[in-house]
Design a binder for this molecule. Structure first.
Ligand SMILES: Cc1ncc(COP(=O)(O)O)c(C=O)c1O
Length: 360
């Protein structure tokens, strides 16, 4: 049973779809596949076909770096929010692009305060506010993206988002919430194999990616969108992964995006509640707890890595913390085709490891 925060176990229909024969990426059949994926992604991201979607062959990091290198020019002022490992990587990517980055940090389990963001934004007048939506290293999420985007606009800034761990799992409306650009990947909330990623760009962002200069070809979203107009990708794409992604998106359409958000929320709440009964406590504050990734502090005296190892012996795979949190927290992904029975089985084993009877 795989319950790590991505990649997820694949649905049999996704596995079967990937076994189709390779096709040329300059064929009509390929164009149909590409446009189907792009339309479904546009729907999943709440872009209602108004945003342009660049589909990339490479993991989530490629999407985040393409978004940064294509939208930001060296010297641009950017306000970065950092509340975990992936926020740190986003900030480092902005710095390597040569942006003038001002960072607001928050400790594990918390997100930067709206008041502080407002004060700093007023002062530095950033071109962008850049943040991770669900911070996978701490199970913490920004729960007020809509307000943050409004705030950014008040100061003439645009909100750009790493939604690698949230797309398909947490409420997200690109258009309604006026998000300028969103980067995400195939292997988490979309339930597809790892190896593909995407950047969704608003109309305004589409113009900007064609105005920035000096970006490497593979990270150039303007180039990608020019090929998209011809219903192609600029470089050889991972066609078989695309078959898998197309089928995973079909499954998402069948379930319904809001239904999937609700399932993720329901299962994460079940897990938070059941594990509290056996002595675990959530790392994140209640208002910022993510549903896609649940981060738990074990009861006193128990090491997270030991618990992960003990679960592995039962063929249950979850993750421990990253960096300084390595031994302090467990991370469980509520991703893929998880249901109540997976959560109950996991908690039963966790209860046995810490020697507590689960309260029924
Ligand atoms: C929030 C977030 N951003 C970026 C990444 C990097 O994605 P990848 O490992 O697919 O390159 C991850 C990976 O887990 C992530 O959780």
């Amino acid at each position: 049973m795989i319950l790590v925060p991505g990649p997820v176990e694949l649905h049999p229909r996704v596995l079967k779809a990937m076994s189709e024969q390779v096709i040329s990426h300059r064929s009509e059949k390929f164009s149909e596949l590409l446009m189907k994926i792009v339309n479904d992604l546009s729907w999943a991201i709440g872009a209602e076909n108004e945003a342009k979607i660049a589909l990339l062959t490479g993991s989530g990091t490629l999407a985040v770096e393409s978004m940064v290198y294509s939208l930001v020019n060296p010297g641009d002022s950017v306000l970065a929010l950092e509340f975990g490992e992936f926020g740190k990587r986003l900030r480092e990517s902005l710095e390597s692009r040569g942006a003038n980055v001002f960072t607001i940090k928050a400790p594990p389990g918390r997100t930067p305060e709206a008041g502080e963001i407002e004060t700093i934004a007023k002062k530095i007048k950033p071109k962008y506010i850049a943040t991770v939506h669900v911070e996978t290293s701490t199970g913490t999420m920004i729960n007020n993206l809509k307000d943050m985007s409004k705030l950014a606009e008040e100061f003439g800034a645009k909100l750009i988002l790493d939604a690698v761990s949230s797309l398909g799992l947490e409420e997200l409306y690109m258009n309604k919430w006026s998000i300028n650009a969103i980067a995400s990947c195939s292997q988490k909330g979309l339930g597809a194999p790892p190896g593909l990623s995407l950047v969704a760009l608003s109309e305004e962002a589409v113009k900007r990616v064609c105005e920035t200069t000096g970006k490497p070809s593979y990270l150039d979203l303007c180039k990608n969108l020019r090929f998209l107009e011809k219903r192609e990708t600029p470089f050889t794409p991972a066609v078989n992964l695309m078959y898998g992604l197309a089928e995973a998106l079909k499954l998402l359409r069948e379930e319904g995006i809001e239904e999937r958000w609700k399932r993720t929320k329901r299962l994460s709440e079940l897990l938070y509640n059941m594990t509290e009964d056996i002595g675990f406590s959530p790392l994140a504050e209640e208002t910022n707890r993510a549903h896609a990734v649940v981060a738990l502090v074990p009861p006193n005296g128990f090491s997270a890595t030991e618990i992960v190892k003990a679960l592995r012996k039962k063929e249950i795979y979850i993750a421990s913390g990253m960096g300084d949190l390595k031994d302090r927290i467990l991370r469980i992904g509520i991703m893929g085709y998880v249901n109540e029975s997976h959560i109950e089985k996991l908690v039963k084993e966790m209860a046995e490891i810490v020697g507590r009877k689960k309260i029924e």
